[in-house]
Design a protein around this ligand. Sequence first.
Ligand code: FAD
Length: 480
Amino acid sequence: GSGSTVTKRNPVFSTINADDIAQFKEILGEKYVIQDEERLLAANTDWMRKYKGSSKLLLQPRSTEEVSQILKYCNSRCLAVVPQGGNTGLVGGSVPVFDEVIINMGSMNDIISLDKVSGVLVCEAGCILENLVSFLDNQGFIMPLDLGAKGSCQIGGNVSTNAGGLRFVRYGSLHGNVLGLEAVLANGIVLDMLGTLRKDNTGYDLKHLFIGSEGSLGIVTKISILAPPKLSSVNLAFLACKDYVSCQNLLLEAKRKLGEILSAFEFLDGNSMDLVLNHLEGVRNPLSPSTHDFYVLIETTGSDESSDKEKLEAFLLRSMEGGLISDGVLAQDMNQALSFWRIREGVPEALMKAGAVYKYDLSLPVEKMYDLVEAMRIRLGPAAEVIGYGHLGDGNLHLNISLPEYNDNVLAQIEPFVYEWTSKHRGSISAEHGLGLMKANKIHYSRSPESVHVMASIKKLLDPNGILNPYKVLPPSLAS
Ligand code: FAD
């Protein structure tokens, strides 16, 4: 049992026949209707190789109009679909559960415009995040979000999962940075919400329904997003703390003393560091020879090289003297900064290489966050390696349980305990990864029955046949 959530195929959905294929070829052209087994295998399998569907068909639309025609047809035939971006999602949302048609957005990858006065970027949903980052870099701007999967994930996937990532502490959520969207509803209707204004209170702000709804309400085709100006001075410190309380106090101090230049505050525990050192090539601990229980990365981004550096150095000195930091090093150049980031960003990859992994992406009050990691270690004993890392600055813990292979007995020790613990401490069972297939049935740990009921009503209204990403996000009993 790897995928953990077992569901039955909903019999209301049709299965693909030769007429359907002919119709899709008519809409897209032969080349963009993919039945090749190798490509289907990749598109059916998620990044963790934990969830695997059995779709026989992958469609690659190149325009909003094509997406609209595909959905209109699928809706009329009651064919279920899975919208797919870069397929880097971590909750089994981006791959089919059974034979749903995969609609991959990778061919819609045009940058449409950049307003250099306001910093508003308009692009298609299939643009890869890293390509947007390089494009903006040349124009003197940055993306307001950054994450370890940037080389593969797409902006449409980022918006659909409301991805958080490494810059959240500075620039906030996509609910704030996304200014407009174009989305196609299940029946093929195109909703033009592609505004570029900062302020616009004209009735209900419908775009927010599509930010974070994981392809369950529509397919996002275009995005306008606010890109902050690129600032000239970036500094990165890699630090060690002797215990979790010190990490917490360091965060508080960093917010106070670094103020507006603080742009990332990430943490990993000693077990995460060991994992990275053991499984990723060419990575070394910049603070060796000694090892530490906790590591923190602090990035500052500002406009004045000398005063920013002075501010950071003074902060580090005071924190060292006050005992909040036990060791630390400032990146001397870009390459060293990248090598520090590689440690933090490499944790998911190292976990994959180590074997099977159960991943939990939780929001918790910062002072309680690490208690859960320790409680889990005691609970599981030596049967599994429990590690904690994540976006400390945002109260977001990535709790990961690594073991040689998936094991239902261990899983039964982890769940529902992890969800109950989170719920009891008024946390969220999905901080930034979404619910996908993994947690569709767990939504009640973080949302009231009344809220879930309203969500199910919205789903019914926008997708009455339930063809968009079935079995995901909401409990299947409510969504169909
Ligand atoms: P996919 O995985 O393809 O899809 C994700 C969901 O969105 C699915 O439900 C899919 O149906 C839907 N979807 C995709 N495109 C569209 C569209 N155009 N319209 C409608 N629905 C769509 N996440 C974070 O939040 N923060 C992190 O720091 C972070 N770090 C990561 C690091 C690594 C190494 C990896 C592998 C993943 C990480 N993730 C992180 C998770 C993942 O990268 C994000 O969820 C990302 O936003 C997914 O984008 P994607 O294009 O790969 O979407």
